[in-house]
Design a protein around this ligand. Structure first.
Ligand code: PLP
Length: 446
């Protein structure tokens, strides 16, 4: 690595990205060119024999790759959940990949492991987790790449991986009456039913901010069921966990002291570029007993203090790991808790505006109660087709990108506010686009 070449090449990439971000709202949000195999036709069959200049590679990124991307950082991106990027997120990520250290055991990069422990404690305090999830309270946290990595492909796959037959994985239906959240009663009945059949209940997942509609499971009630039956309770707050830095949302984590583990994704709605998931456990020993390996070549030697040091390889499946703490630390330092709270509240206010607009138009309905920055809505029609066509036409315009969910057999459109560059005007434009597109569709159907 030649430092001078590094400086020139990196500046070219930073300039390229700054240009991209200046124009990001001009790109069609979902990929404009969806023809499968397009890129293979454009690119040579084999890798180049000799190295090429950075400018030429960036030209190809501009001409060949960008047109085939879905522009997640476009402020008109309202699909799935947001995947935030920010100047501080970039700066932290650059430092992390630039330093390129691997904190799998403490001695392999002591400050990286220690920064991780500090930063997960900071986050635990910010979202109001009980003391049992911070290191001084006997628990602790780790940064992983995603919730799926932390809980194993959102735990249905995890169950399969550890050999639990699919029939023994219970998906408990929810209804409008509970806002599409689990209820203590339904979970208790399902668990008791399983016990009566001779099964041993193992694991219960409470979701704070479900992917489909942003519903919030009652953590305390589920915790009581889990405790009664000796189940591991995990609280998945992948998206909505970021909102819990605002005191007005911390009530949704009430009962977290009954949980064994909690996770949330700063890479979704916390201005932290991919990838970053906080996983906290009340009993690190439970995690390390399952995941620890201790080959001689990885032992922390020489230093007595190292005995108390954290070997993060024992908190995850893989061995090598990224220096994610630098990125999250940078974001927290650069924007501060107050800045982050303002950021979250700004998005929630935009979603509230959209919800009010939907409610004020009698042709539409909001389908599940909005709690954070996700609004689920649909045209009040018996046939789903018109809502499917509405979503397809909105997305085909390239001017916004939304996704869908199915609630009690009804097709609903999801608008998730949370892009780092999204402003009120983008949300207003999105609503006008929805209204105009719906008008055209309804006219055609007369
Ligand atoms: N859990 C919930 C509630 C989610 O909404 C999501 C993604 O949207 C996930 C888990 C998966 O997160 P990740 O992509 O970090 O694995």
């Amino acid at each position: 690595l030649d430092p001078d070449t590094f400086a020139v090449d990196s500046s070219a990439v930073v300039d390229f990205l700054a240009g991209y971000y200046r124009d990001v709202d001009k790109y069609p949000v979902p990929a404009a060119d969806l023809e499968p195999g397009r890129l293979r036709k454009l690119l040579p069959d084999a890798a180049p024999e000799f190295g090429e200049p950075t400018e030429r590679i960036l030209d190809d990124v501009r001409h060949d790759v960008l047109p085939g991307l879905t522009h997640w950082q476009n402020p008109n991106f309202f699909a799935y959940f947001p995947m935030n990027a920010s100047a501080a997120g970039f700066a932290g990520e650059m430092l992390s990949v630039g330093l390129n250290v691997v904190p799998f055991v403490w001695v392999a990069s002591p400050a990286a492991a220690e920064l991780e422990a500090v930063v997960v404690d900071w986050m635990a305090r910010l979202v109001g987790l009980p003391d049992r999830f911070v290191f001084s309270g006997g628990g602790g946290g780790v940064l992983q790449g995603s919730t799926c990595e932390a809980t194993h492909a959102t735990f249905q796959k995890g169950a399969r991986l550890v050999g639990i037959p699919p029939a023994n994985f219970r998906v408990i239906p929810t209804t409008a009456a509970s806002g599409y959240a689990l209820t203590g009663g339904a979970v208790r009945a399902a668990v008791e039913d399983d016990v009566a059949r001779g099964l041993v209940p193992l694991y219960l997942c409470a979701t704070v901010g479900t992917t489909g509609v942003g519903a919030v499971d009652p953590v305390r009630e589920l915790g009581e069921v889990a405790c009664r039956h000796g189940m591991w309770l995990h609280v998945d707050a992948a998206y909505a966990g970021s909102a819990a830095i605002c005191p007005e949302y911390q009530g949704y984590l009430d009962g977290a002291e009954l949980a064994d583990s909690v996770s949330m994704n700063p890479h979704k709605w916390f201005l932290t570029n991919m990838d970053c998931c906080c996983l906290w456990v009340a009993s690190p020993a439970a995690l390390t007993a399952a995941l620890s390996t201790d080959p001689e070549y990885l032992k922390n030697v020489g230093d007595a203090a190292a005995a108390a040091a954290i070997d993060y390889k024992d908190w995850q499946i893989s061995l090598s790991r990224r220096f994610r703490a630098m990125k999250l630390w940078f974001v927290l330092r650069r924007y501060g808790a107050a800045g982050m709270r303002a950021y979250i509240r700004r998005h929630v206010a935009m979603a509230e505006w959209f919800e009010r607009a939907v409610n004020a138009d009698e042709r539409f309905e909001v389908v599940a109660q909005r709690r954070f920055s996700l609004v689920c809505f649909r045209l009040r029609r018996d046939d789903d087709m018109v809502n499917r066509e509405l979503l397809a036409a909105v997305n085909a315009s390239g001017r916004a990108f939304m996704t869908h969910f199915v609630v009690e057999s009804k097709f609903v459109i999801r608008l998730a506010v949370g892009g780092a560059m999204t402003e009120m005007r983008h949300v207003r434009d999105a609503w006008e686009l929805v209204q105009r597109t719906a008008e055209q569709l309804l006219l055609q159907r007369r």
